[in-house]
Structures are given as C-alpha cells and as structure tokens.
Design a protein around this ligand. Structure first.
Ligand SMILES: O=C(O)CCC(=O)C(=O)O
Ligand SMILES: [Fe+2]
Length: 336
C-alpha cells in the first residue's frame, strides 16, 4: 500500500460490479482489485451495475416517506425497543464515540430501524439474547404493503452484500468464500432516515461526523444530496446522488478485521437544500457470535495484529449503548 494515497481523494469513485454476478473469473478479479484500492485509500465508493430494480429502491423511499408523514403518535407507538428495532424520534441520537469532533447538538433527523427478523418464539429471542427479537411494523391498515416492500428490499440487499463479502475476500487474495461462515446469520440493519431541511448553524448536522460500526454499508439516497466524506486534508468531499447507485463504505469492524488495511472513513450529512431528504442505509454485519480476529493476510510478517479478537455481538452492544440516548434511559430504568 502506498501510505501517501490513503485519504487522498477529491471525489468518490464509481465501480461497476456486474461481473460479480457472472462467472468470468478474470472480470471478477478485476473488480476485486479495483475495489481493494478504493477500500484501502478512500473507504467509500459508488456501486453500480447491480441487479436491484430502481422501482424496488424507490418503493422503499415511498414507504419511508409515508411512514414519516404519519402522525407523531403513530410513529411513537413503534418507539425503538431494547432490541434496537423501531422509531428513533427527531433528535434521538448523539454520537459520543466519534473521534472526529466533539458533538453536542442532536442530529437533525428521524429514523426507523429494521433488523433481521427474529420471531418472538425463536430460540434466540427466547433466550433473551441481545438485539434478537421481532421488528416493529406499522399498522397494515395505515400503510398497506409496507412490510412486504421492506422485506423484499432487505432480501435483495442481502444478496448484494454477500456478493461484496465475496469480492472483499477475493480482493484480499483469499478464496471467494472464505469469509462466508462469519455471515451465516448476518446482523442486518435497514435504517430509513428523514432529514428535514436544517438551518445554517455552526455544529448542527443532519448526521454528525461519524464512522459506521459494522462491516459494510450500502446506502440509497434520494436526489437531494448532503452526504459528505472526509479526506486526509480534512476537506469534506460531497457524495452526491448518482442514479441507480449505492454508496458503499467500510465500517469499523471491517477496518479492524483487516488490521486497518481497509479504512473506515468519517462522513456526515448536512441538509441545507431547502428540501426534505430521505436516505436508506443498509448495514450488513457478521453473525452476532462471529469472532472478529485480524485476517492473517493483513498482518505483515513478524508483526502482531493491532487489535485483540472480539465477539461481534459484544462489540456491537457496546457501540450502540454509547450512542443512543434511549438506551441510557432503558439502562437507568433497569430495562436493558
Ligand atoms: O443519510 C446518509 O446519507 C448517511 C447516513 C449515515 O451515515 C448513517 O446512518 O450511518
Ligand atoms: Fe454512516
């Protein structure tokens, strides 16, 4: 790796991943190789050439718009629970583990989280394991087809994410399926976000500077813009909307797993467009039980790994507990 290239970017590159859906190994290797450079030096890219229909992406955006337009009491009926599923009202999260800036003002957004579905009678939920339980769905009568639209999207994003797991393995010089076993029961989050237009005020963000916790994020955004990514000079590089694309980025657990070969890059959202902004990040993470331990190919000969092994679920709980007010309240009430 050329250390000088790290963080040295002034735009976010676009990668056509269509080869990952075929069987031309040379073409797959070429995509993986380009991907490697982007994940090492930028930590962000646009993914195009995927097979997910634009109509299905937009259906989720419309579902999101309809949900956030509901009366506040309907949204609050789904208030985020101890399993991290549900509605996070406007100004509900402040990033405190950010190394990027001291954050004090709450994010100017409202959002709802859907994780991988775990039925109430599933042994994982029964055992009271953290973050394992059913999603909270809006009333069918008020938002018909909502659940179906979300679940179809999650299924399609899971297929794409698994392709990216394979591409990342290949990019690291490993057999394509060598990371798959860590994703047997992936931890997934689909977050629907609504950013009202915000006033120009120092230190006020739609989403304050942060890095993502997990493995990879694949984000669809509307045509408003406002996402920005920090380069090594400290400039905030825009990641404007590109039709039919997902913005993909490295999360902290992938950076850690790769012994910092890949970089988890700070990003933020400021929406001063005068329009409402809607985005839908999909976070694809390892199974809760996965042990994340530096990949040997990423540790130079004769050196020690930079980080100790960690169980993904424990790591995730710690990160979530630090970042969300509602969890502090739950903890104080003895409910979490
Ligand atoms: O809405 C966006 O464009 C980014 C959201 C984000 O960074 C996040 O939820 O982690
Ligand atoms: Fe993020």
């Amino acid at each position: 790796m050329n250390a000088n290239a790290r963080g040295d970017f002034s735009n976010i590159p676009v990668l056509d991943v269509s080869a990952l859906y075929g069987d031309d190994q040379d073409a797959i290797d070429a995509v993986a190789n380009t991907l490697r450079g982007y994940l090492e030096n930028i930590g962000f890219l646009y993914v195009v050439g995927h097979p997910i229909a634009q109509a299905n992406i937009e259906a989720v955006r419309e579902a999101s718009r309809a949900f956030f337009a509901l009366p506040e009491e309907d949204k609050l009926a789904l208030k985020i629970d101890k399993n991290f599923r549900g509605y996070l009202p406007f100004a509900g999260s402040t990033i405190v583990t950010s190394s990027v800036a001291t954050i004090s003002k709450p994010n100017q957004s409202e959002s709802i989280f859907f994780m991988h579905e775990v039925d109430a009678d599933d042994p994982r939920a029964q055992a009271g394991r953290p973050l394992q339980g059913p999603n909270q769905w809006p009333d069918e009568a008020k938002l018909p087809d909502f659940r179906q639209t979300i679940e179809r999207y999650v299924d399609e994003m899971t297929v794409l994410s698994r392709k990216m797991v394979g591409a990342i393995s290949t990019a690291l010089g490993l057999p394509a399926h060598s990371l798959d076993r860590h994703f047997d029961e992936p931890t997934t989050f689909l977050r629907l976000l609504h950013y009202p237009t915000q006033p120009a005020e120092e230190g006020l963000f739609g989403s304050a500077p942060h890095t993502d916790y997990g493995f990879i994020t694949l984000l669809a955004q509307d045509d408003v813009g406002g996402l920005e990514v920090k380069n090594k000079n400290g400039d905030w590089v825009p990641a404007p909307p590109i039709p039919n694309s997902f913005v993909m980025n490295v999360g902290d657990i992938l950076a850690r797993w790769s012994n910092d070969v890949f970089v988890s890059t700070p990003h933020r959202v400021i929406n001063r467009s005068g329009r409402e902004r809607y985005s839908q990040p999909f976070f694809f993470d390892p199974s809760m039980e996965a042990i994340i331990e530096a990949l040997p190919v990423c540790v130079p000969a004769g050196e020690q790994p930079k980080y100790a092994p960690i169980e993904y679920g424990e790591y995730l709980m710690e990160r979530i507990d630090k970042n969300y007010h509602y969890r502090k309240k739950l903890a104080a009430e003895g409910a979490a």
